[in-house]
Design a protein around this ligand. Structure first.
Ligand code: SF4
Length: 327
């Protein structure tokens, strides 16, 4: 699926959430309908054969007036025969039967909900304005209407703990959405969270903890056949706008390394380790972070290695073959 994202920063939002600054994240202004049409036309021309969706991100789409929603829908649906459908992101408290019927009539195929946590304490402390029950009911209603459901989660919000993480993971698994996005909480400039942080009222996750938490979430979700399509904020946010928190330009790679590390340790045999070419950068990247962690956890000075050119990119194995190199 190829997606054309159209950002509508904060449009439709009932208020500005404590951690959110869409202007910094999306670097976009609210687009004119003409501009949207031009972008979709170009998108269709550039991707003639792929399955395509046009997505409205960065605001609360279903909280816009119906007139405004209709304008956006109409701009996209001019290209109805060239795209598979429309994707919207919204809040769980801006979902009901009437809203979803309207979306259905207008070629919406996927609804993404910014839920962030399924724990009431976290939702309250983060001033999200709804509770977990509302979030759960919104998910089920979207599924009843046969939309594809995406759930966005933010570990590390105020009152986040192992317990709230467990509850959020389990509730997500019970709901069984089509996909999940995971954004560890970052403190962005000009947010309420920044003020709380500067007053010492809020402490974000450390990078290493965030990597471990997100890798745990991915393993649990993927173990239940729930796809994780994105982790971490994108990599081109200006550093000056990140006040604190577990932001890393290659956060996704670090998480992939952590997951591989855990699998290798869980299946460890005292023989030569064969990895795929695709995994070399995970082992050696970021100052050999993963390799060093593996050696420390296995209490080894050197690891006998073979690069398996024919090995599937996500596989590794232990073999009796002599090592090509010692890492
Ligand atoms: S988190 Fe979502 S609802 Fe809250 S201000 Fe940002 S875009 Fe709007």
């Amino acid at each position: 699926m190829t997606i054309l994202p159209i950002f509508i920063p904060h449009l439709g939002c009932p208020f500005k959430c404590v951690y959110c600054n869409q202007q910094l994240i999306t670097k976009s202004k609210i687009p004119y309908q003409e501009d949207i049409k031009n972008r979709i036309e170009k998108f269709c021309n550039n991707n003639p054969d792929n399955e395509k969706e046009v997505a409205f991100f960065g605001g609360t789409f279903t909280n816009l007036s119906k007139k405004k929603q209709q304008e956006f829908f109409d701009s996209v649906n001019l290209f109805k025969n060239k795209i598979s459908g429309i994707r919207i992101s919204t809040r769980p408290d801006s979902i009901n039967q009437d809203i979803l019927s309207f979306c259905k009539q207008n070629n919406v195929k996927t609804v993404e909900l910014g839920i962030q946590s399924f724990n009431d304490e976290v939702l309250k402390a983060s001033k999200r304005g709804y509770n977990s029950n509302i979030a759960i009911q919104a998910c089920y209603l979207i599924q009843e209407f046969k939309f594809k459901l995406g759930v966005q989660l933010m570990p590390g919000l105020p009152k986040f703990s192992k317990k709230t993480l467990k509850q959020t993971i389990q509730t997500t698994i019970d709901i069984n959405p089509d996909f999940v996005r995971i954004y560890p909480t970052i403190i962005l400039a000009s947010t309420e969270l920044e003020k709380w942080y500067l007053k010492g009222k809020f402490h974000p996750l450390e990078l290493n903890d965030a990597i471990k938490i997100v890798s745990e979430m991915i393993q649990q979700f993927e173990g239940h056949k729930i796809k994780v399509i994105k982790v971490g904020l994108h990599s081109d946010i200006d550093d000056r706008n990140i006040v604190a928190g577990p932001y890393h330009q290659s956060f996704g790679e670090l998480v992939r390394g952590e997951i591989l590390l855990k699998k290798i340790i869980d299946n460890f045999e005292n023989r030569t380790l064969m990895i795929s070419v695709a995994h070399i950068s995970l082992f050696k990247g970021f100052n050999s972070r993963m390799l060093n962690s593996l050696k420390t956890q296995l209490n080894l000075d050197k690891i006998p290695m073979i690069i398996g050119n024919d090995l599937d990119k996500d596989n590794f194995l232990f073999t009796e073959q002599p090592a090509q190199e010692y890492w």
